[in-house]
Design a protein around this ligand. Structure first.
Ligand SMILES: Cc1ncc(COP(=O)(O)O)c(C=O)c1O
Length: 387
């Protein structure tokens, strides 16, 4: 008997884990590999979680999530994103944005539907598409365009089987932020070709240089065909609390609910009560974003001073994606040798899609002191390559 399903066999385990396992075995390691904030959760949210436990909020909530939280999210979406989603019918609280993504793909993908996925991008989009029975079609985003996904690249890959375009802005691993004009053009493509859009906006508050976050679902005719996926993990340093949400038309949310109610039942109750304080935490979010921006500036300047490395300036998230092609090493060999020789963890760019080959992802969700030390070690590593 073949125990594992064909679908699961088609999926590779995440290559990122391997680097954490290698790093754990070494001493004196500095990790620039981590994809989560190094900050504590804001005090108000922490306090909300403690009170939720004290008040015995240990029960299931509505499958949709706490009505009060959905109302607050609906207000936030209206005010900040210009998305008009009814709190009762068009918002679903999920266990992290990961569940939101999983529900989104599983709800809309039919066997052999083609899903356009930016490359490089977050590691879950391709496997989740495959697990839903779809066919991932990668759309390259190039360094010369600061890794922004361009409408013409999307257009080139349309076929009769295309069902959906995935957008991720700000992007993990490149930090690219899509321009409003490009989003408008991508929306036109979606409308003209009757396509869905899954828009992952998890890093919306981590944006620098006065760049603007723009939600595709705010455009005319786009709300009906967009699933906006968001959550609290990155901006509110709540990764372990597993809380996210999706906003979409009623029919889509009802479809997602069919999976959510059997698979997850509801998002964690304590986390939902804690998140009720999210709109009181603007200052904390802003303060964290300010620190990330300073770290980004430091990395951007110093990486470009290292011989044979270059990096475009990321506009968002907490990653920078330097070009290491001059080293003559593949992304994986670069990361492995840097770890073995200089005890610095970075993540090979190819793990985020084939267009990430020749790059590595550096996360700046670690202290300035660690970043400074790591930069010295990377400089030494490049020097020792004797190029
Ligand atoms: C772009 C992007 N989307 C979604 C996720 C999933 O995050 P979570 O499930 O914690 O909300 C991540 C995590 O790294 C991410 O980088």
């Amino acid at each position: 008997m073949k125990k594992i399903s064909d679908r699961v066999c088609k999926v590779e385990p995440s290559g990122i884990r391997k680097f954490f396992d290698l790093a754990r075995k070494e001493k004196e390691v500095i990790t620039l590999g981590i994809g989560e904030p190094d900050f504590d959760v804001p005090e108000r949210i922490k306090d909300g979680a403690i009170r939720a436990i004290e008040n015995s909020h240990n029960h299931y909530t509505s499958n949709y999530g706490l009505a009060e939280l959905r109302e607050k999210i609906s207000k936030k979406l209206r005010k900040e994103n210009k998305i008009f989603a009814s709190s009762e019918k068009e918002i679903l609280i999920t266990a992290g944005s990961s569940e939101g993504l999983d529900l989104a793909f599983r709800t809309i993908v039919n066997p052999n539907d083609e899903i356009l996925i930016p490359s490089p991008s977050y590691v879950a989009y391709i496997p989740t598409t495959v697990l839903s029975g779809g066919i991932p079609i990668v759309v390259p985003a190039y360094e010369k365009d600061e890794f922004r996904l361009l409408p013409e690249e999307v257009e080139k890959r349309l076929t009769k089987r295309t069902k959906c375009i995935v957008l991720a802005s700000p992007n993990n691993p490149t930090g690219a932020v899509l321009r409003r004009k490009d989003i408008e053009e991508i929306a036109d493509i979606a409308i003209k070709n009757d396509l869905m859009v899954i828009s992952d906006e998890l890093y919306e508050y981590l944006i620098y240089d006065n760049e603007e976050h723009f939600s595709i679902a705010s455009l005319p005719e786009m709300k009906e065909r967009t699933i906006t996926v968001n959550g609290f993990s990155k901006s509110y340093a709540m990764t372990g609390l597993r809380l996210g949400y999706v906003a979409a038309g009623k029919e889509i949310i009802e479809g997602m609910m069919k999976i959510h109610q059997y698979g997850m039942l509801c998002a964690p109750s304590i986390s939902q009560y804690a998140a009720l304080r999210f709109d009181d935490c603007k200052k904390d979010v802003h303060a964290m974003a300010g620190i990330y921006e300073l770290r980004r500036n430091l990395l951007y300047k110093r990486l470009n001073e290292i011989k044979n490395i270059s990096a475009v300036k990321p506009k968002g998230a907490f990653y920078i994606f330097p070009n290491i092609k001059q080293s003559g090493l593949s992304s994986e060999n670069f990361a492995e040798q840097l770890l073995n020789e200089e005890k610095v963890v970075v993540i090979p760019g190819n793990l985020f899609g084939k267009d990430g080959e020749g790059y590595v992802r550096i996360s700046y969700s670690t202290s300035t002191e660690n970043i400074e030390k790591a930069l010295e070690r990377i400089d030494k590593f490049m020097g020792n390559l004797n190029l």
